[in-house]
Design a protein around this ligand. Structure first.
Ligand code: PMP
Length: 405
């Protein structure tokens, strides 16, 4: 990206994971231009246009075999609302369980499912009722092994089901395979298996929010594929189109049939130009083998982050999957250190590198470049980040000296 002053930036935010094929990939730009000259809008309940039909076909090939019934909307939030509505419609049960640190959107229903920051929830109470919150296995935060964190989180989930929201009142568990806004914490295979097992045992649904983890971001096409656990409802958006507004909720025909006609819908969902952008994005992901690239570059980026952490004596945790990498910072006492993270992010901008901050406590640096990122760009980003960390921690020492003075 280039600033107005001509300053060059390496974008390691990918517009919060949206520009999966990079900014303005020529194949995506051409597909958008071509479609815009043919048909921009054709409300898909009445006009089943070609880009929509082709996209259904293509998504059908990459989605889990049982999830072939699709609903298109314009944003992650809207598709999450659809998932929530369908889970209640299909089960006839009122409550849902979400997990600490989850982010599912800003519309009132989706915000009610969101616990990654009070910013998304305050000031317009009451939120939607029927939402219960269970722990997510954030091992580093607890100072535990992943196994211990998962055991604890599943025990607490069982306790919640035994004491607060009985299984027969519970419509769904709603989870991200890797916490996104919550700081890039993978759920872990055993956790997702535990959720699947409980959903099957109690007859409620497992909804996976793959808005951030979908379309190759984690080094597999879907985030859930690392675990082998499949959801009953999958929601995706962001990386799907390389930047135009389009989201999808995928489920089985049986579950979709529970939605009365007209209860799911919207004027702009399944827009023809956005569908064309999604088709071109899928082509690029396949042709340029971007899922494998995400896995490979993710590994070298993670190694580089760990080296920088060791070189600069930073306490914290480097984690993630594929090109969804988080670096959580702690101070010398092991407490969350958002101040250093903010300084690193700001110093990185000066070094020409754009990074994101996340985590409920704002102490996680998030790296999520386009899936097209190459060796040179990873090296350049790591060099810029190393300089930014040196500046930011030097600044930290200076601040402490000032405090003492
Ligand atoms: N779910 C997840 C996991 C997300 O990360 C986001 C957006 N950050 C959303 C849902 C909401 O998507 P949107 O901003 O398109 O409404």
């Amino acid at each position: 990206m280039f600033g107005e002053d001509g300053q060059r930036y390496l974008d390691f935010t990918a517009g919060i994971g949206v520009t999966s094929t990079g900014h303005c990939h020529p194949a995506v730009v051409d597909a958008i231009a071509e479609q815009a000259g043919k048909l921009i809008h054709g409300q898909y309940v009445t006009v089943r246009h070609r880009p929509l039909l082709d996209l259904c076909e293509r998504l059908g090939q990459v989605l889990p075999a049982p999830l072939q019934s699709l609903f298109f909307a314009n944003s992650g939030s809207e598709a999450m609302e659809a998932a929530l509505r369908l889970a209640r419609q299909a089960t006839g049960r009122p409550n849902v369980i979400v997990f600490h640190g989850g982010f599912h959107g800003r519309t009132v229903g989706a915000a009610s499912l969101t616990t990654s920051s009070p910013r998304f929830r305050t000031g317009y109470a009451p939120l939607m009722s029927g939402v219960h919150i269970a722990p997510f296995p954030t091992a580093y935060r607890y100072g535990w092994s992943e196994d211990a964190a998962i055991r604890f989180a599943l025990q607490e989930l069982d306790y919640l089901l035994a004491t607060v929201t009985a299984p027969e009142d519970t419509a769904a568990l709603i989870v991200e395979p890797v916490l996104g806004e919550g700081g890039f914490v993978p759920a872990g295979t055993a956790f997702l298996q535990g959720l699947r097992e409980r959903a099957d045992r109690h007859g409620f649904l497992l909804v996976m929010d793959e808005v951030q983890t979908g379309f190759g971001r984690t080094g597999r096409f879907w985030g859930h594929q690392h675990s082998g656990v499949e959801p009953d409802i999958l929601v995706a958006a962001k990386g799907m189109t390389s930047g135009l507004p389009l989201s999808v909720m995928a489920t089985s025909e049986k579950l979709m049939a529970a939605a009365p006609a007209g209860s799911q819908g919207g004027t702009y969902g399944g827009n023809a130009v956005a569908c064309a952008a999604a088709l071109a994005t899928l082509d690029v992901i396949e042709r340029e083998e971007l899922v494998a690239n995400a896995a490979r570059q993710g590994r070298s980026l993670a190694e580089g982050l760990k080296r920088i952490a060791a070189d600069h004596d930073i306490t914290g945790d480097v984690r993630g999957l594929g090109l969804m990498l988080g670096w959580e910072f702690s101070d010398a006492q092991g407490q969350p250190d958002p101040a250093t993270v903010l300084r690193v992010q700001q110093a990185a901008v000066t070094e020409g590198l754009l990074l994101q901050i996340g985590g409920p406590l704002r102490n996680v640096l998030r790296l999520l470049p386009a899936l097209t990122v190459n060796d040179d760009q990873v090296d350049e980003a790591l060099r810029a980040l190393s300089r930014a960390v040196a500046t930011a921690t030097g600044q930290a020492h200076a601040d402490r000296r000032e405090e003492r003075v």
